[in-house]
Design a protein around this ligand. Sequence first.
Ligand code: NOJ
Ligand code: CA
Length: 691
Amino acid sequence: MNIRTFTLTLACLGAGFMAFAQQKITQTSPDKSIVLEVETTKDGAPAYSITHQGTKILALSRLGLVTREANYASGMKLDTFYTGTQDYTWQTVWGEEESIRDHHNLLKTIWKTSKGQSIAIQFRVFNNAVGFRYELPGDSTVVILDEKTEFALTADHTTWWAPSDWDSNEHTYSNTKISQIDATKHLTDIEPFNQFIPDVRAVQTPVVMKMANGVHVAIAEAALVDYGALHLKADREKFRFSAFVVPTADSTVKSVNKLPFHTPWRTVLINANAGGLLTNRTILNLNEPCPLEGDVSWIKPQKYVGIWWEMHVGKGSWDYQKDGVPHGKHAANTQNVKKYIDFAAKYGFDGVLVEGWNKGWEAWFNTMKPEVFDFTDPYPDYNMSELAAYAKSKKVRIIMHHETSAAVPSYERQMDDAYAYMRRFGMNSVKTGYVGYIQPKGEWHDGQRMVNHFNEVARRTYLNQIMVDMHEPVRPSGLHRTWPNYMASEAARGMEYNAWSKGNAPSHVITLPFTRLLGGPMDYTPGIFETRMNTYDPKKKEIIQSTVANQLALYVTMYSPLQMAADLPENYEKRLDAFQFIRDVPVDWSETRVLNAEIGDFLTVARRERGKNNWFIGSITDETARTLDITLDFLQAGKKYEATIYADGKNAHYQDNPYPVEIRKVQVTKGNKLALKLAAGGGCAIAIRQL
Ligand code: NOJ
Ligand code: CA
């Protein structure tokens, strides 16, 4: 049921400028814990500050836009303001909860330049956040040159940040004070292949901070549409972030927009502890519902396997030939795909991803060729109709792969044909990829041109009833509320780095949920059981810095409605006991509880299977072994449950003893306590079924 109440009060309309000039306008959250104050600086900039339970979160921070036609960042006067309240509950198509309440108080301020040009700034104050955006009226076109939004923190907070890179989100996170933000001290061995870090003091959003009183603050954006992504420049002396919006190919222009236009929402999430951030739904609430009516029952969360890891570990290849001669390592051949389909059917997986099925992989990597792939032309050893019929007979769907190698105009020209081709062969999910420097040359992965492209892919796949998982896109900002077929994206440093770089430290997977995942699900591709890369090549030294129990727990801690069992079938068949958890764990939830959390240190999440009375728990730790005590107070009173616990086995350790998993079953009821013993780099996964 959607209950919607909305009241809007027009306050003080027509009152003179002077009356507002010195005035502070206040709006509070519905529960009064957050107070927003809006005022005008001496030089006429709109400005705001935020207080949470009596503590200043943001000191006075300037606001404003500069367009080719007007300066909305100084010399402004407040003209009018409105206040209002909105309170309704909406149902998710899939997600971490079945329904989400959007309850906020609104303040819309309208400002004028001395020439009478006007801009509105709309604020929404929630019980755990403030969101605001700029709104420009008119019916022509605007060229936005700069955004002057500031976030003036009140002290040198502990901060989790990744560098502002206009071409990649595939970085590890650093944890420093604001005053120590410096990308030059951050770079690891294999950095993202395509990167551009324009300012070593700048960070990407979401950026997350912990204040001295334990309150956690995240700065993020919501509903990134028709604009460059929000990055932030740090003033390391004043502890202040300023908007650093990724520009277009013309570096003096941030965006060109048709009027009326509003920017994406800038959000400040405020929670008493780290765990609160993970159930803070402000970013989703600030996104629009799907604009298209219709049946969405074709959108289904799913688990998949695929021809993927074997290429990353060097066992197979994406390409088919060398110098015109087939080299025999091509993984996406009909016989191998059938093996994966059989495996998926046998163990209950919905999909099989096939990478390397189409022509073009011989010259795809960083070549900047305008035409690389044909999305309707398979390699000669890949029999599409035979495989489509085979998959159908086994009730498994092949998941399409569209690596574009960032040749974007080429993909845009082929999109409709490519989606029609998928439908013809019974496919309803696609994984896209954008490895390489963007074409048209000069555009960035995070700039307006690409933001529009990614959103258009979400819209166009929706129209074709296709679910989409994007790799190398701009990081998500809650648009899966608008396009519920936009299931997941990568937009961060995923599992693949473990196969061929220094890899991801245990703390990385405990930082992602609080940073990158605030905007939307991640296709991290967990579930690697064979964690040593010398299994595939004796010369390789890489290991996955994780125990096997930790890999299982990631299915719960790293939320996604699309989860891969990323390892090779033969590695799972050797460990069917532990594999059972991956088979059982759902990908769609009715409720989510964070039982304990410290960013980068440990995290325990419990989720209830959608529409059922079964719970699943994932708990992970960093390099430090620890015991976490949890209470099963979320179980239903009076019901009996059986818990299957997948814990780190004796002497497990992420570096030298990753494999042991101890599996045991116990009966539990509401209020029971469990002590989860986590090895260094370890984890614990628990499946709790109602009896
Ligand atoms: C990078 C993606 O993240 C990875 O999943 C994929 O296998 C390769 N590109 C090839 O498209
Ligand atoms: Ca990637």
